[in-house]
Design a protein around this ligand. Structure first.
Ligand SMILES: Cc1ncc(COP(=O)(O)O)c(C=O)c1O
Length: 301
């Protein structure tokens, strides 16, 4: 099922899986007095479909259930049930290359900080989605601007959860970067160390070595881990360490990794320029090859 990309998400055609049933897309609605909407008691995933299958589906399913647990609720379906529904949904919507958005949230039984009596709702939606960043910008390398807002310390929230509440800062940062003519924002953490982009992890290259910040207060992405493995398989040294903005001039290449962004070259951070080159292109190619190995264990691990 294809819908023009500028049609609002609630006006599209197709099928959504909601609380155990396949329903007509436009009828998948919630009430305004929903706990998840008021208190951000909500977790989600972003999964990519390649040739009709989700890449690393089990890793995403595991993270969804862990995220819910970190927000003090349990998803009321078996993982296998949700994964089977995902596969059927992709088929029903005729998605070949696209994106799946699983989401779980607290319902309307209580509108208060305490929410133990709320029912847990789960939905799955999917749509065709070729590229997160404009392909032309991606070819040259996208531009990032250092954001004013920072990733909070690990004691302030369960940072390993892919929780909706963590994205309010990302939206503020991305809006500011876009208003200033950049494609995305580079977020520092509470200490002023380099953290990540608004929905992707970041890597740098210096003298043939990959450097990436230690994910001790932001998401350790599934793509990040795949790319680290691919780099090591190719004999590229990968260093995970605290990284600082005053190092930005010392790197030759920079790229982002994420389920949506895939491996995306960065051409500039503020006034620091990078030239996408051998290592970035090698890993872009390797990632593309890996995600397209849809047969066998890799696609479902
Ligand atoms: C804030 C943030 N960081 C990093 C990532 C990359 O994670 P993954 O590679 O698991 O998609 C994402 C995307 O999910 C994200 O939203």
């Amino acid at each position: 099922m294809t819908t023009a990309p500028n049609v609002p998400f609630d006006q599209r055609e197709g099928t959504i899986w909601l609380d155990g049933r396949f329903v007509e897309w436009k009828s998948a609605r919630i009430h305004v007095l929903t706990h998840g909407l008021h208190y951000a008691s909500c977790v989600y995933e972003g999964e990519r479909v390649y040739s009709g299958s989700v890449f690393r589906l089990r890793a995403h399913t595991d993270r969804l259930y862990r995220s819910a647990q970190m927000l003090d609720f349990a998803i009321p379906y078996a993982k296998e049930e949700l994964e089977a529904a995902t596969a059927e949904l992709i088929e029903r919507n005729e998605i070949v290359n696209g994106y799946v958005r699983p989401i779980a949230w607290r319902g309307s039984e209580q509108i208060s900080t305490s929410a133990r009596a709320t029912r847990i709702h789960v939905a799955l939606a999917c749509w065709s989605w070729p590229s997160y960043f404009d392909p032309a910008a991606k070819e040259k390398g996208i531009a990032l601007q250092t954001a004013k807002w920072r990733r909070p310390p690990p004691v302030s929230s369960p940072y390993e959860a892919k929780a909706s509440s963590h994205y309010m800062i990302a939206t503020l940062c991305k809006h500011q970067a876009e208003a200033n003519g950049f494609h995305d924002a580079l977020m520092l953490d509470w200490r002023g160390q380099i953290a990540e982009a608004t929905s992707a992890n970041i890597f740098f290259v210096r003298d043939g070595v990959l450097h990436t910040p230690t994910p001790d207060c932001f998401l350790d992405g599934i793509t990040r881990r795949t790319v680290i493995d691919l780099a090591r398989e190719r004999g590229i040294e990968v260093v995970e360490r605290p990284m600082f903005p005053d190092e930005l001039d010392s790197f030759s290449e920079c790229f982002l990794t994420g389920t949506a962004a895939e491996v995306c070259p960065v051409g500039r951070i503020d006034a620091h320029a990078y030239q996408p080159s051998t290592i970035t292109f090698d890993l872009m190619g390797a990632y593309s090859e890996r995600v397209n190995q849809v047969e066998g264990a890799l696609a479902h691990e």
